[in-house]
Design a binder for this molecule. Structure first.
Ligand code: ADP
Ligand code: MG
Ligand code: MG
Length: 876
């Protein structure tokens, strides 16, 4: 079989659809070669070889033979030979997985240089400085990537050299200095490794290929895969490619660009470049790169060719591209193209623009935005009314504002996050080792680097607010502080950053939520046209209901009435109801609550006018509404010392009631319909409030279909009895008002027993709603309030992949849901079934809900846009 794919002038074996085998980089280099875009020739060794190599640490004879042949062909095309002392062929050895993992794995440039061939190169191009620049770069990269000698050891030698010569930039180093640096680098390697820097290019190449394959398993690559859900078994491809030189003087250079602005999505060529530099220099932040548009003045021909190629690439791939290029003495070469990472805002703008441009259709546009990412758009920004003490400005690398305590290391950010603390990670520049810390921090601030620096790219990918290149900052790690423009900020002091404009502020600035812009609205409208799954909201007050409607909710899937009981003005009446010694006293207290509940429903119905509203009758155990026992004891002690006898008795009574209501396991205790059945007057009051509100609004001409939901049903009789009571009250109210209103009575399915007898339950229910929080709790036997003690450990140990309270457990809970749906609909084929609970807003769970035939999901207001989008994506 084929292990090595060539790309170049006459032969190109691969194409862009072969990413699984060739990696993204290799496949797209082949595609560009096919499009006759100038690409230096090379070949790609497949990911399959990587997987085999990582298992056995060697290669089959066939692989070696095919590599040999490819080198041969490469030498012929270039009319140069590896290691030729007169005119050596130099190559880069590049990694590339199926999906891009920016900067996670390693690349070696200028491979093929030796003590001998460097002389040949110098002579051939008549530029000694250039040759030694390549050689010292190669030795350092090879030392770092292949031999595992820390890069900073080489870097500090460069710094020393610059100091010694009194120069600032690497480009100021002359050929003598560069040559000497190369010698020093080799000494470092000898000292560290105990052997000489290899002088045989074939040996160099083999070692470099091995190292790239091995880099699949380095720690930062593993972490990156974990964070991004990338399969560990894929492996990386290796591409060996003819070198082109951006470091050959002032008509040479290198850069990276995006075909559109990856931060805002604006249709404008966007990028950075450096004159007289090699690839890594731009990303590494060694020199500050220039904006791409000035390249038009410096090397006009190459620039216009670049713009042209970028346009071709974009219309070919029908998506925004992220490209790498190098110009060698005025001649342009493309070195990489891939789908560009972008912020959520940019994703939305690009997708909608491309539909307008006729490049893609609406269905495609809807798939172009990652649902989890639109969360970013609904994320906080700085309150325009807030007073800002801006202490520094950097580049706006990843939008959104973040507030947190200053930390200087990734570890600190992670530790603080575990302790529930919010942080801003402040670094000179970030490197791939920092990604764990970046994920844990609220935002990232760097001193060096441009819009395409590591921090910027990763920040945008994560949706993490990020300000980079804030050059005024100087970090003093020893004293754990940073200084900027006369301010000193210590570790753990609060700062605020605004990644949308690049500002840094002292202290905690007020943030506000963002609103949905025109483009997002348009995209979501398309999603609505495509999806079949309904999206409702969980809301229990008029404000949330109105917000949810604004965000596109098609009704309320869960209105928790107990939340209304907690209101300042309610709690005394609620307590009176609970303290009541008999039914009569209880009814008296409930009478006080009735107008308040009715007021709530009037408000909610009004904000939802015309849309269905599902109201769950009281669910939690009553003791939740009473004060804490310890607080009461405390108060009692106080009163006893002050001798206020009247109040002492009162408190004692409350304490007695608290004690009598105490349950060992309240979540499995006297709650849900069990309460409704033992104290029917509570549910009666609630139903009366609902029906009176509905009647009044109907009289006003606002059509309301209340859906009354009975919680925690496990036995058919629980539901039939509750239903009877609900209907009795409803009929009474309607008779009183002289009106007839359509209302429904349904139930939560949140106990395994309810699932199993769902066919019987369906006979008594107008609708089902899976309460997936409780269903998860009761299926696993995990108390959802105590899972944090062991679920993270389960996840680390690989016992559980996700927290089942966050991501629906499809295998267990999901299977139960399928049974419930099947049984329910065996009795009522059109039975309406929804999901409420946290899972209703979680993308993977929403896809599952769509697949198993759920009618609607219900989630908190800010998750609604996500749910609308995922629901559409589920159908495509
Ligand atoms: P990464 O995946 O980290 O971006 P790359 O393999 O793309 O690594 O290479 C790192 C840098 O080296 C890039 O800037 C790239 O453009 C440059 N580079 C890679 N191969 C060559 C080559 N053959 N000639 C010149 N520059 C190269
Ligand atoms: Mg790299
Ligand atoms: Mg690259």
């Amino acid at each position: 079989s084929k292990f090595v794919y060539f790309f170049g002038k006459d032969v190109t074996d691969g194409k862009s659809s072969m990413k699984d085998m060739l990696g993204g980089k290799g496949a797209n280099l082949a595609e560009m070669a096919n499009l006759e875009i100038p690409v230096p020739p090379g070949f790609t060794i497949t990911t399959e070889v990587c997987v085999l190599y990582l298992k056995k640490k060697n290669y089959s004879a066939e692989v070696l033979k095919q590599v040999e042949e490819a080198i041969d062909r490469l030498e012929k095309q270039n009319k140069k030979k590896l290691g030729d002392p007169e005119d050596p062929l130099l190559v880069s050895v590049r990694s590339g997985a199926r999906v891009s993992m920016p900067g996670m794995m390693d690349t070696v440039l200028n491979l093929g240089l030796t003590d001998k061939s460097v002389l040949g190169l110098a002579k051939k191009v008549n530029d000694e400085r250039f040759a030694y620049d390549c050689y010292r770069r190669f030795i350092a990269m090879f030392g770092d990537v292949v031999l595992g000698v820390e890069f900073r050891k080489f870097d500090s030698l460069i710094t020393d050299k610059k100091k010694e010569l009194g120069v600032k930039s690497d480009t100021d180093l002359d050929s003598i200095a560069l040559k000497e640096l190369g010698e020093r680098f080799k000494e470092v390697i000898k000292l560290e490794k105990g052997f000489e820097f290899p002088q045989d290019p074939k040996v160099q190449l083999q070692m470099a290929i091995n190292a790239v394959f091995d880099s699949w398993n380095n720690q930062r690559a593993i972490t990156y895969r974990k964070l991004n859900g990338i399969d560990d078994t894929w492996g990386t491809a290796v591409t060996v490619q003819t070198m082109v030189y951006g470091n050959r003087g002032n008509t040479s250079g290198t850069g990276v660009a995006f075909t559109r602005n990856p931060s805002t999505g604006e249709k404008k060529f966007f990028g950075e470049y450096l004159i007289n530099a090699q690839g890594e220099d731009v990303v590494a932040g060694i020199r500050t790169p220039k904006y791409i548009n000035t390249l038009g003045n410096e090397i006009p021909e190459a620039y216009s060719q670049l713009v042209d190629i970028c346009q071709r690439l974009e219309s070919h791939f029908k998506d925004m591209q992220d490209i790498e290029f190098t110009i060698q003495e005025g001649k342009l070469y493309m070195l990489q193209t891939r789908t560009g990472k972008r912020t959520a805002a940019a994703a939305v703008k690009i997708a909608t623009d491309m539909v307008a441009e006729g490049l893609i259709d609406k269905e495609t546009a809807v798939t172009r935005v990652k649902a989890e990412n639109i969360d970013q758009l609904l994320h906080p920004r700085i309150d325009p009314k807030a007073k800002l003490d801006i202490i520094a400005k950097g580049l706006p690398a990843s939008p959104g504002a973040a507030v947190g305590k200053v930390v200087f290391t990734a570890e600190a950010a992670q530790e603080m996050a575990e302790a529930g603390e919010k942080t801003i990670l402040v670094r000179t520049e970030t490197s791939p080792e920092d990604i764990g810390g970046m994920a844990a921090a609220q935002g990232v601030l760097t001193v060096r680097g441009g819009m395409t620096s590591h921090a910027a790219v990763v920040g945008r990918g994560m949706g993490k607010p990020c300000v980079v290149g804030c050059g005024d900052i100087s970090i003093d790690l020893k004293s754990a502080l940073f200084m900027v423009n006369g301010f000193t900020i210590k570790e753990h002091e609060y700062i605020t950053i605004d990644g949308s404009i690049g500002s840094v502020m002292i202290g905690k600035i007020d943030l506000i939520d963002a609103e949905i812009n025109y483009d997002l609205r348009k995209l979501l409208t398309w999603a609505d046209e495509i999806r079949t799954l309904g999206v409702r909201t969980n809301a229990d007050n008029p404000a949330d209901a109105a917000l949810a409607r604004e965000l596109g909710a098609e009704g309320i899937g869960l209105c928790r009435t107990e939340h209304m009981f907690f209101g300042e003005d309610r709690i005394p009446a609620v307590r009176e109801m609970i303290m009541a010694e008999d039914e009569k006293a209880r009814k008296k207290a409930l009478k006080k609550l009735l107008p308040m509940q009715k007021e709530d429903f009037l408000g909610i119905f009004r904000s939802m006018k015309g849309l269905p509203v599902t109201i769950r009758l009281l669910d939690p155990p009553l003791h939740e509404f009473l004060p804490d026992k310890e607080e009461l004891d405390e108060k009692l002690r106080e009163l006893e010392t002050s001798g206020d006898c009247g109040k002492i008795d009162e408190i004692k009574k409350v304490i007695k009631r608290v004690v009598s209501l105490k349950e060992i396991n309240p979540m499995l205790g006297h709650r849900g319909c069990r309460l409704g059945i033992t104290y029917p007057e509570i549910y009666n009051m609630q139903v009366r409030a609902i029906m009176e509100a509905a009647c009044e609004l109907t009289a006003e001409g606002i059509e309301i279909v209340p859906e009354i939901m009975i919680p925690l049903v496990g036995l058919v009789k629980e539901l039939s009895l509750s239903r009877e009571e609900v209907c009795k009250t409803a009929e009474t109210v309607m008779a009183e008002k002289g009106m007839k209103i359509d209302y429904k009575v349904g139930t939560m399915i949140e106990l395994p027993r309810a699932v199993i007898i769902a066919d019987q339950i369906a006979k008594e229910a107008d609708f089902f709603s899976f309460g997936t929080n409780d269903l998860t709790q009761t299926t696993f036997g995990f108390s959802r309030d105590d899972v944090s003690k062991f679920v993270p450990i389960y996840q680390k140990a690989g016992i559980l992949e996700h927290d089942p309270f966050a991501v629906l457990d499809q295998e267990g809970v999901g299977e139960l849901m399928k049974i419930g749906i099947r049984k329910g609909r065996s009795v009522k084929p059109k039975l309406k079934i929804g999901i409420c609970g946290e899972h209703g807003g979680e993308p993977r769970s929403i896809v599952f809900a769509h697949q198993i035939g759920i009618d609607y999901v219900s989630c908190s207001p800010y998750r609604i846009p996500i749910a609308r989008l995922v629901a559409a994506q589920s159908t495509i």
